[in-house]
Design a protein around this ligand. Sequence first.
Ligand SMILES: [Zn+2]
Length: 397
Amino acid sequence: MELTNKRRLYPTKAQERALFSHADHSKHLWNEFVMEGTERYQVGKGFFNDAEMNSRLTELRADHAYYAEMPIKAQRGVIAKLYRALTHPKNRLPCVKDKKDRSCSIIYREFGKWNGKTVRLPKVGKVRWRGRELPAKLASEIKVFRAKNGNWYGCVSYKIPETKPNASGEIVGVDLNADCLALSNGKKHLVSQMKNLCWLVSKRNRILARREKGSGRWRKMRRLIARTHDRIARKRDAFLHQTAGKILAVADGVCIENLMVKNQTRKGKGSRKRGMNRVILNAAFGKTRRLLEYKAKIAGVPVFVADTFFPSSKICFHCGKKNPNLGAEKRWTCPHCHRTLDRDFNAALNLAREGARIASGLGAKGAWSACKSAASLNLAVAVRDEARSILTPQGVV
Ligand SMILES: [Zn+2]
């Protein structure tokens, strides 16, 4: 499988100028190709293909000094990007990038020598970079871009061998909540709301509103806000990466819900729903799932996804009956077997059971009996025992 590593670049002032001009040129070339291609398309000749764009580039480089000055590796990157856009399943005609487009990115189809400290970029030179240790062999392409906070980043990819999933052992159910990630093995990872940083963002936004738009101080404040947002994002990322790693370190299989974040965070009436949406989005369910899935592939852990309509919260783990009247309460008592349940752990345990069911290939009907013969279904006995102690702190009625 292919992994991509995003790492911070530290160009000098002169190198930054070169990167800016390459990015500008990339945009210019993209527009050139899009406009010419669209004209061709309108007269029924069809858009450029890969080879046509390359031969057109050779012509442009021969005719104009401006094109010849720019690194051909970045120009090839534009062609590759355009080709990818054209062959994308959505298959729309690419758009011209106008003044509003403030993105600043370059794809170099090849780059020079690199080590842990520096990388040689075409017509830029040795740029300092920093990040995790990389394998000896990288893919030839590098994407360089400038984030909104003014930092430069480089993305390089490499291949690693995939471990074949082994579905024996303990399946851990992961219940995603806005405030925590509950695991069926009795652990909870609390999600931080980062209230201090959010407060800082809103305060700085108020300051920004008072400054004259377009002025130097306004620009400075805008950049500061972008940096605060970046800090929040990096903090969240660190938490998600670490938590996903921790979950996979103890699990032999993972079962997660298939949540519809888009539906959950629909616009509602009033500030309450807005606040709720913010909390849900802060927990980053989609990213959690993506990280779990790709890390599981590396570790050789199978990931099972429960159906969207699987009522993980509403089913009682003990008697298997559904409580359709369940509200938002964190603890509830089962109306059938009268046990008191922790909402998050109960959902996680149900997911673990659902995972075991999917793994064993049993039908929906088999779910309940599957849990009864948990040992044969690899739902570890320890999980059940631990679950019992968590789920019934007030004793069985
Ligand atoms: Zn019950």
